[in-house]
Design a protein around this ligand. Structure first.
Ligand code: IPE
Ligand code: IPE
Ligand code: MG
Length: 226
């Protein structure tokens, strides 16, 4: 029996290096990366098993970058969401967010809220964007929610109180050759299968994704059993 892939998570890394190697500004890499998000998302819509695609777009640590780059990323996100609404609607994609978006501008928060609202009845795929996301931050917020609601601290209750009460991650992919998690979904990845590719995110294709999924299918997931 091959593994079922319900929840795919991707650390979209390497935009800056992709651009630098072409003598372009880092921001050009982010723009090229946004195009890939659309293609990969559509592929996941058409994949019969995938229910949720979670994409790491901005970490709680990414605020350390120069202000111009942070501002550019916020602007790009706003532009992307407005432009992609048609794609979400035509392909049955529900859009949702994990992370703490409270520090974002009101304009961006409005766009996020509207996109969530307009796509909430779409059922083919949930695209979860991780925005100002840090796994430790999410776990702390989940534990606080349990305490505030007088709920007992158990694994199940913490899982339910996370930003993603969806499902554990089956497959994690990180592009660009880095082999680390960078504070992404630490709780939900307890038993995820991981794949690291040297391809920079703007060069990542649906063909490569398909190859990785084929390999994932053959992995022996044991969850502690024999
Ligand atoms: C990933 O690409 C995108 C974000 C973190 C927003 P990077 O910007 O980290 O690209 P590299 O790692 O510097 O090449
Ligand atoms: C992780 O990439 C965050 C995103 C892809 C959004 P980084 O490029 O920020 O991670 P580090 O700093 O190399 O670990
Ligand atoms: Mg990086």
């Amino acid at each position: 029996m091959s593994n079922i892939l319900r929840h795919l998570a991707i650390i979209m890394d390497g935009n800056g290096r992709w651009a630098n190697e072409r003598g372009l500004r880092r921001t050009k890499g982010h723009e090229a990366g946004a195009e890939v998000v659309r293609e990969i998302t559509k592929y996941c819509v058409n994949h019969t098993e995938i229910e949720t695609l979670t994409l790491y777009a901005f970490s709680t640590e990414n605020w350390k970058r120069p202000k111009v780059e942070v501002d550019f990323l916020m602007h790009l996100l706003e532009k992307y969401l407005s432009k992609e609404l048609d794609t979400y609607m035509q392909n049955g994609i529900r859009f949702d967010v994990i992370g703490d978006i409270s520090p974002f501008s009101s304009k961006l928060k409005d766009t996020i809220q509207k996109t969530k609202e307009l796509t909430k009845d779409n059922h083919k795929l949930t695209q979860l964007l991780a925005l100002n996301y840090g796994s430790r931050d999410e776990i702390v917020r989940a534990v606080k929610r349990c305490i505030d609601n007088g709920v007992e601290i158990t694994q199940e209750n913490i899982s339910k109180s996370l930003d993603t009460p969806y499902s554990d991650i089956d497959l994690l992919i990180r592009t660009s050759g880095e082999q680390r998690l960078s504070n992404f979904l630490l709780w939900q990845m307890s038993y995820a299968e991981m794949f690291f590719t040297d391809t920079y995110w703007p060069d990542f294709t649906t063909t490569e994704l398909g190859d990785i999924i084929d390999k994932f299918k053959q992995r022996d997931r044991k969850f502690g059993g024999i």
